[in-house]
Design a protein around this ligand. Sequence first.
Ligand code: DX5
Ligand code: ZN
Length: 230
Amino acid sequence: MQTSPGLIELAPSILSADFAHLAEQVRSAEEGGASVVHVDVMDGHFVPNITIGPPVVKSLRKSTKLPLDCHLMIENPDQFILEFADAGSDWISVHQEACIHLNRTLNLIRSHNLLAGVVINPATPVDTLSEVLDIVDYVLVMSVNPGFGGQKFIPGVVQKIRRLAEIRANRGLNYRIEVDGGIALDTVGDVVRAGAELLVAGNAVFGHGDPKTNAQRLLKAATEATLLKV
Ligand code: DX5
Ligand code: ZN
């Protein structure tokens, strides 16, 4: 599985989708240009909410060919990585804050031939990742405190995206930069100009209206912002 640094991709978060019509909603977002499906897994411990687990990933796997990007907001992720791999995940990301043995956890994800991502909360500095940046395929910068869809974007995280892009260039690394939380037409430009390439959006794609049109608009705004990148 290859990653493509620089390519802007939209990863709709199904957290805001209508679960009774999940396959249709994902199809509609795909028709609008979405190319990754973001799956938010919450355990009620690491974050104050409970969502979905491997059975939903397994069902989704049968209904879309798009890569499934599983964002684990759970304690003890090592315990569940095999199950998510078997269910059909393509990418798995874990929180720096949830992993005592982060190097081991990321290598465990890689051992299943999946893309491995590391996530940082808004209050966690980029520097806490310095020793793992060479073993990750992507870094996910949270732009809200994880736990719920539809929250307000935290502007202070833009400088973290910029810093990750600088470190990548200085150290000659290849990880991609993903951003998650409050991404919509009014925030997507700033994150793309800072260097984000994988754009997670829940509410802005599934919260209202037609997922296809919403995805198209968001991608258009993101692509236009890359043209203004300095
Ligand atoms: C938050 C989740 C996000 C969330 C994004 O804990 O990780 O993926 O669904 O939703 P929006 O785009 O609505 O902020
Ligand atoms: Zn997420």
